[in-house]
Design a protein around this ligand. Structure first.
Ligand code: UFG
Length: 325
């Protein structure tokens, strides 16, 4: 079976490509390489460089390859930037996927696994968050993903395009073999920034807010290993191919770690000491985000293999030490 992976040179995309290939799928990657990395794409995959908003480019890809299903990761994903430049986010994240969906219709491709986010929920009403909870994004990034979720619903109704929407909590860690990992420019995510401090690439790590209503005053997040996310994409794809109904799934471990705790874990795993500063809160950060992935477990049989934060940090550190891109 041939799978088109849009955004397959990005962080979660590249890990999913590797898993797909290991499981015997044929993979065509489409990536503009604006934020993705050529080196992150497994050599066994076919790489087509271009933007999914470009209809002519996409037409060539679909015409050349007999695509059975699509996994779509291609999007901008910086929450802060999205607040400053909403147009960029809606044009790219919504416009790009709409262009992809049109091409899927033209070529009669009926299955899509779509990369969504916990940011679709906004400030959660309940912890752990369920898929049925209210969605009220507090930033354009989350809103752009929710827009696509809504588009997918109507494309299913009218055109029979079956979708699995995957709402990730905090993607973290790296390929256990150390071949691929996280590399963003600029980097804004907690774990790679702490690792930068541990390796001396940064002078310190700042905790954004120590007065949250949590046990140690810092934000709590549900960190989920990127390889576990990759595995969930393949299960979601197989679920659709077996006739599963279109639906959405939370992907998290169902438990949370505070910023202070993650810093302590990095110190233990790396054996390094570094300066920890305390700053005021970062705008828009909810105190606690923890997802219930009971539905993914029940329906997809998905159980994270690397649920421990220590393992997640260990794999991220292994990658960080020899980071190749
Ligand atoms: N944090 C710090 N210092 C830093 C960086 C982050 O204290 O230097 C804190 C943040 O305030 C937050 C936690 O660490 O409390 C995690 O922050 P990240 O930036 O790593 O991740 P977010 O939880 O903000 O965002 C992640 C994804 C987004 C997604 C969001 C939805 O990166 O794409 O989850 O839950 F939208």
């Amino acid at each position: 079976m041939k799978i088109l992976v849009c955004g397959g040179a990005g962080y979660i995309g590249s890990h999913t490509v590797k898993e797909l290939l290991d499981k015997g799928y044929e993979v065509v990657v489409v990536d503009s390489l604006e934020t993705g990395h050529k080196k992150a794409v497994d050599e066994r995959a076919v790489l087509c460089i271009g933007n999914i908003s470009d209809g002519t480019f996409l037409e060539n890809v679909f015409a050349k390859h007999n695509i059975d299903a699509v996994i779509d990761f291609a999007a901008y994903s910086l929450v802060g930037e999205s607040v400053k430049e909403p147009a960029k986010y809606f044009e790219n994240n919504v416009g790009g996927t709409l262009s992809l969906l049109s091409k899927m219709r033209e070529h009669n491709v009926k299955y899509i696994v779509f990369s969504s986010t916990a940011a679709t929920y906004g400030e959660p009403e309940n912890i752990p968050i369920l898929e049925t909870d209210k969605t009220l994004p507090t930033n354009p990034y989350g809103e752009s993903k929710l827009c696509v979720e809504k588009i997918l619903r109507w494309f299913d109704e009218a055109y029979g395009v079956k979708y699995s929407v995957l709402r990730y909590f905090n993607a973290a860690g790296a390929d256990p073999d150390g071949e691929i990992g996280e590399s963003h420019t600029p980097e804004t995510h907690l774990i790679p920034l702490i690792l930068d401090a541990a390796s001396g690439k940064r002078e310190s790590i700042c905790i954004f807010g120590t007065d949250y209503p949590t046990e140690d005053g810092t934000c709590i997040r549900d960190y989920i290993h990127v390889t576990d996310l990759a595995d969930a994409h393949i299960r979601a794809l197989e679920y659709l191919k077996q006739g599963g109904e279109s639906t959405c799934f939370n992907l998290g471990n169902g438990n949370g770690d505070s910023v202070r705790h993650v810093i302590e874990v990095v110190k233990q795993v790396t054996g390094k000491e570094f300066i920890v500063k305390e700053e005021k809160r970062r705008a828009g950060d909810p105190p606690m985000l923890i997802g219930s992935a009971t539905k993914a477990e029940k329906v997809l049989g998905w159980r994270p293999q690397y649920a421990e934060i220590g393992t997640i940090v260990e794999h991220a550190w292994k990658w960080h030490e020899k980071k190749m891109y």
